[in-house]
Design a protein around this ligand. Structure first.
Ligand code: ATP
Ligand code: MG
Length: 254
């Protein structure tokens, strides 16, 4: 099968600043792709364009053969393009289970209200099964009735990934899923990602390349809004332009 995602000439300008600059990018089915790059290099903006949070200044996005450039963010979720955020984005005032169910209801084709859902659980067996399965995949089933505010940051991150999984992604985009976590929590999330990547196509933004080098099949390096290098991790790591961008000219020549 050919690529499931294709970005063509994708650009985003904020006033005079070109955050994403004519990017061409493809993802093949089943791949785990890493995107690395220094602060402000355009990684999150690129995700925002793919997922419909910002309209592009130029370019288009093809997902499973269809041009989705004009679809809203929620329509893209319904097509199977699901993301997580650089800063964990869950509702602290709800339980783990409520967070999962609410998100699933939000993205139903026939949108219904949370209270209606609670009153007619029998009609929503599919949603409940998806949510339960996702909660079990990330290992949070024992915390189903825990108030989310009481979770560690690492468990909140797992919950956010569970929410994404419950939405039946065909492509999951994770923006720095390891950021802000302790070493132990990083291991938990990495082991989860290693498990889910067997059945899912993943694109993962990470700041420190050493953390994801063993996880990904392919790495893309962004700098100043462009991919300056793409390929197998070991080739990318030995690339002179990449080394310069990370460690400066002196580091690149070591
Ligand atoms: N909504 C916005 N309005 C104006 N400028 C923005 C906006 N979002 C991002 N930018 C700018 O676009 C550039 C790219 O930012 P972006 O957040 O995409 O970088 P990043 O690679 O994700 O960085 P980090 O590693 O710090 O998360 C930065 O200069 C940033 O200040
Ligand atoms: Mg970012």
């Amino acid at each position: 099968m050919s690529e499931i995602l294709k970005a063509e000439g994708l650009s985003k300008n904020f006033g005079g600043l070109i955050a994403v600059n004519q990017v061409d990018f493809q993802v093949q089915p089943g791949e785990t792709v890493g995107i690395i790059g220094p602060n402000g290099s355009g990684k999150t903006t690129f995700f925002n364009l793919l997922t419909g949070f910002f309209p592009p200044t130029a370019g288009r996005i093809i997902f499973f053969g269809k041009d989705i450039s004009r679809l809203t963010a929620s329509r893209r979720v319904l097509q199977g393009m699901v993301r997580t955020f650089q800063l964990v984005s869950v509702f602290n005032s709800m339980t783990v289970w409520e967070n999962l169910v609410l998100s699933s209801i939000r993205f139903q084709k026939n949108h219904t209200s949370f209270s209606k859902f609670l009153l007619s659980p029998a009609n929503n067996e599919g949603i409940r099964m998806n949510c339960f399965q996702a909660m079990r995949t990330v290992g949070l089933e024992s915390k189903a009735t825990t108030q989310t505010a009481e979770l560690s940051y690492g468990s909140k991150r797992l919950l956010e990934i569970a929410i994404a999984l419950s939405l039946n992604p065909r492509l999951l985009l994770l923006d720095e899923p390891l950021s802000g976590l302790s070493d132990l929590e990083i291991n938990d999330v990495l082991s989860l990602l290693n498990r889910i990547k067997k059945n899912l196509t993943l694109v993962i933004i990470e700041h420190k390349l050493s953390k994801i080098v063993d996880l990904v099949d392919r790495l893309g390096v962004m700098n100043e809004g462009k991919f300056i290098c793409e390929g197998k991790p070991d080739l990318v790591l030995s690339d002179k332009a990449v080394r310069e961008c990370y460690w400066g000219k002196a580091g690149a020549e070591r």
